[in-house]
Structures are given as structure tokens and as C-alpha cells.
Design a protein around this ligand. Structure first.
Ligand SMILES: *Cc1c(COP(=O)(O)O)cnc(C)c1O
Length: 371
């Protein structure tokens, strides 16, 4: 089955095979693996163990975003969030639940978040301590200019949390050039092409030391994870780790290295997205975003304005042909989303386009784009 959803992604068989073994997480065979993965992730983020630490957390991306908010945003402080789509909405919800006051920065539909607008919003309210930025907004497919937005926040003397969950490993992120970033958050199962169950935060050590004890949570306290590592070693994991998922990620990172790293991976995803977009236009379908805003991670397509359209029927027809896409809408206008990430190539995307054509024909869909 070709999994074309924006995470968890299709994985290489060797990645899945690496998970097919038992581990004792505190054994000396596991610890070097964990320690090495943490260091390799730092280097993907452009930083070193002298200044930054990788904090692994069991679970999904939202857990790690919440951990970052709880650990770094002081209780009752304000967080500015460019409202880019559903993932920004979720960040706003969890920040509010974590005790922060959320200030939403409106982002027009079909636009990137504007660094100048962010700077104005920060200037208007000096009590905002942090900006929380979604790098790749997985609900729409737009990639936002996080380096420029973070620079604007940094110039205003504010700190930044980056939701890089559907970006890390494919979109460039050089934390050595972004000292205002308290936390960059990502998971194993998106552009790193690992299995789901493991999330990470990369943070500056001096900030981890400064924020000690402020998380109002023990499970989600990044400073506690850091101090545990200082006490017991970076090969250790605080609480039971998803050891098999970590072993799989280690192989996935080997594959990222073999591919040549972040830039070639981005090039492959871009070729995937281009193949998909061209193919879908050929089928008469209408992508939601103008090409200039379309990122390489996920493509959102308008639901055909035909009475015969049923999303689940389309998804089922594709699945019978070996292709799985998302089966829910998460934009205001109905559409369907196709992920371009994972261990897939433009050839796979061409196969998916062919399957879509067959599925649309089978459903008897004639009208595929609004007049
Ligand atoms: C996938 C994703 C998340 C995290 O989702 P989980 O289901 O919690 O792993 C967060 N933000 C963005 C932008 C994502 O794409």
C-alpha cells in the first residue's frame, strides 16, 4: 500500500524491519543507539551538543509541542500564533490549556504569514513572550517562512517555538542562525521517514537550564528530560521509551544520509509534488493553492463540484488500487489531501495519479473543477 498521507508516511522496508526486535531500553546495546540518534538530529538542525540538546519524548507531535509550551512559556504569559490553519488552531488550543494567553495573528487565506505583521503585533503588545510558528501548515500545504518570522520575533526581543513537525528533515532549518528559538519540535514519522511513536524537541542548553521547574507537568517537562540525561547519560530515556521506534529511526537516518541529507530529500519531495500537481491538472482537478504558495509536503485539491462526489468513496476506490490518502476535510472548503512525503518517488506519484483517474471514472465524475 502506498501511504500518501502527510504522516505517518510510507517507510522503507529496512526501517520497519529494524523495529522487529526486542530491546531492553536500559541495556548497553540500546543506549549508544539513543545517544547517536540524539546527536544526529542535532546535526540535521545545524547545531552541536555544546550548545543544544535533543529531548526525546514518547508519543506524538502534539505532546512535544505541549511540552515546549509548558517548559518555555512562563505561566500566564502570552503567545503570539500566526493563524495559518488547523495545526495553528491546535497549537492555540494546547497553549491555552497549558496556561498561556494566546494572541492570534490573522493570516489571510492563501497567503504566507507576514514577518512585518508579526513584528507589528509584537510591538503592540510587549507582554507577549513567545511566538509559536508552524513551519509547514499540513492542513493547507503552505510552507511559511519560519526563518524570517523567527528573525522578526528575535529583533523584537521575543522567544520562538517552531512546530517543524511536517518540515524537519526536508525543509531547511539551521538553528545555529536562529538563537531566538527555544524549541524546534518534530517527530520520527514525517519527513524523517521513521515510524510513529516518538517526538523530539531541540533546545538551547542555556534555555533548558533557565526554565527548570516551570512546566507544571512532570511528564512534559523538557528541563527534567535534559537533567535526567545529564544525570544518567544521553543514552538513557526518561521513562519507558518506544525502543523499537528509535531503532527504526536510526535506520531511517542512515537512509537520509545515503540520500545526501536534507536538500536532496527536499528535491525528491518537490519532484513528488510537481508530478502529482501536473497529473491532477491533467485529470481536470483543481489544486487549492496557487503554485507559488504550494509547499512540497502535502497537496490539497478542491473536491470536484459534481453531485457524484463522495470523499470516502474516492478514498475507498483509491485504496482498492493500492493508494491511501486522507479521508477527512481540514480546510473550510471541501477537498482532499495527498501527502508527497515518505519513502516515495515521482514514479509512485504517477501511479497514484493513474489510480485517481480510474477512481474518478469509476465514480462517474464528469465535473472536476468549478467553472
Ligand atoms: C503532524 C503534525 C503535528 C503533530 O501531529 P501528531 O498527530 O500529534 O503527531 C503537528 N503539527 C504539524 C504541522 C503536523 O503536520
Amino acid at each position: 500500500m502506498l501511504l500518501l498521507i502527510p504522516g505517518p508516511v510510507s517507510t522503507h522496508p529496512s526501517v520497519r524491519a529494524a523495529a522487529a526486535q526486542d530491546f531492553a531500553p536500559w541495556d548497553n546495546d540500546f543506549r549508544p543507539l539513543n545517544e547517536a540518534v540524539r546527536l544526529r538530529l542535532l546535526s540535521i538542525a545545524g547545531v552541536r551538543a555544546a550548545t543544544h540538546a535533543t529531548l526525546p519524548l514518547q508519543g506524538c507531535g502534539h505532546f512535544a509541542i505541549e511540552a515546549a509550551v509548558r517548559s518555555f512559556v512562563p505561566d500566564g504569559s502570552k503567545v503570539l500564533i500566526p493563524m495559518t490553519g488547523q495545526y495553528a488552531d491546535r497549537a492555540a488550543r494546547l497553549a491555552a490549556e497549558a496556561g498561556a494567553e494566546v494572541v492570534g495573528l490573522a493570516v489571510p487565506d492563501e497567503a504566507q504569514a507576514d514577518p512585518a505583521a508579526l513584528a507589528d503585533a509584537l510591538a503592540a503588545d510587549p507582554t507577549i513572550s513567545h511566538a509559536l510558528l508552524v513551519y509547514s501548515e499540513t492542513s493547507t500545504g503552505t510552507v511559511h517562512d519560519v526563518p524570517a518570522l523567527a528573525e522578526a520575533a528575535g529583533r523584537a526581543g521575543r522567544r520562538v517555538i517552531v512546530d517543524a513537525v511536517s518540515a524537519f528533515g526536508a525543509l531547511p532549518l539551521d538553528l545555529s542562525a536562529l538563537p531566538m528559538v527555544d524549541a524546534a519540535v518534530f517527530t520520527a514519522n514525517k519527513c524523517l521517514e521513521g515510524l510513529p511513536g516518538l517526538a523530539f524537541v531541540i533546545s538551547p542548553i542555556e534555555r533548558l537550564v533557565a526554565c527548570q521547574g516551570g512546566a507544571r507537568s512532570w511528564s512534559l517537562d523538557l528541563a527534567s528530560i535534559y537533567h535526567h540525561a545529564l544525570d544518567v547519560g544521553f543514552g538513557s530515556f526518561r521513562f519507558t521509551p518506544p525502543a523499537q521506534i528509535l531503532a527504526a529511526l536510526s535506520v531511517a537516518l542512515d537512509l537520509l544520509d545515503a540520500e545526501g541529507g536534507q536538500a536532496p530529500r527536499l528535491a525528491r519531495y518537490t519532484a513528488n509534488a510537481d508530478t502529482l500537481l501536473d497529473g491532477m491538472r491533467g485529470l481536470g482537478l483543481a489544486p487549492m493553492l496557487p503554485r507559488a504558495l504550494q509547499g512540497p509536503i502535502v497537496v490539497n485539491v478542491h473536491a470536484p463540484p459534481d453531485p457524484a462526489w463522495r470523499l470516502q468513496a474516492f478514498v475507498d476506490a483509491l485504496k482498492r488500487r493500492g493508494v491511501l490518502i486522507s479521508n477527512f476535510y481540514n480546510t473550510a472548503a471541501p477537498g482532499f489531501r495527498v501527502g508527497c512525503i515518505g519513502a516515495v518517488t515521482p514514479c509512485d506519484m504517477a501511479r497514484a495519479v493513474a489510480a485517481m483517474g480510474e477512481a474518478l471514472d469509476e465514480m462517474g465524475l464528469r465535473t472536476r473543477r468549478a467553472a
